[in-house]
Design a protein around this ligand. Sequence first.
Ligand code: 13P
Ligand code: SF4
Length: 365
Amino acid sequence: MQISPISFDRFNALADEACQERIRAARARLGKKAVLLCHHYQRADVYQYADLTGDSLKLSRLASQTDSEYIVFCGVHFMAEVADIMSSPSQIAILPDLAAGCSMADMANLAKVERCWRELGAVVDVENAVTPVTYINSAADLKAFCGDHGGIVCTSSNAGTIAKWALERRPKILFFPDQHLGRWTGHNLDFPLDEMVVWDPDLELGGLTPDQVRKARLILWKGHCSVHQMFQKSHIDAFRAKHPDGLVIAHPECNFEVCQAADTVGSTEHIVKTIKEAPAGTRWLVGTELNLVDRLAKEVLPQDKIVQFMATTICMCSTMQRIDPQHLAWTLENLADGNVVNAIRVPEHEARLAKLALDRMLAVS
Ligand code: 13P
Ligand code: SF4
């Protein structure tokens, strides 16, 4: 029997422990009808319930492969949108707290990207000269823009492959919204820094001269991640001075100096895998979100590996953090009662074009 949706107010004040019991009970009632996908940055009290975990690339593949009716996405808004786009029309993607966005994704929007495209078009023949590449950390309408203009999506684990794909088609890339991932990718493809220009969406022609636009190979949107901007090269220098044998691993959303100074750079999945497979007795400095680093540090400590967080201040992804036991319990209990709350539905015309850009990515990577 279906009953009307339970309001979140009834869960807001619940203690974490009470939520845990209700999450377990609701999951038992739902069985295989619901699958829980969790990004590596999720807090421990939510991550423990994950059926499947991964970085953005792995999670987008998993979303296209699951056959559960409900895909409960413990991550941020753009990830749940990808799950909706990549799953079948009968499946429903759910984000337990609709306020779990990504501040970097919000640094680019369709109006600004379309204006950029128009302004670039006054200088070069955009449709033949520029491939738009959007980082998966972006809204569905930007993925659709890429689908519509011969472009593609990339993630932190396939950006190099995707950039090569793009450059085989057209001589320039417009990369949004993360300038750091774009710059690191271009650097790995041997582009000198002066062939990579930054497009400031608040300035006319991105703050560039027509000549700079004509010469540029990579046009990098002026966006960044508020979490990864906290990591500095000075943190790495201090670590190396104290631990000359220590190893440094960073996410490519870190700034260029940090990526250059690290021993290895890669996605969250790469970070987890590299440290888990590293020899016993190694010590690591890690430049990515704190929930991941804390979890990993605990997991590898019995193998005599030491994992340290790169920054001296606490920097968590505050939006990922919004998916808490209260929201998860509320979502699952409603689903078990037959009430769908917080469904993420990308409009059909947008989903079709965004899927084109995502399918191109999955085919290449
Ligand atoms: P990954 O794809 O490496 O998991 O990165 C997602 C993200 O948002 C990092 O800040
Ligand atoms: Fe977005 Fe940064 Fe959070 Fe990743 S860590 S979801 S890029 S705000």
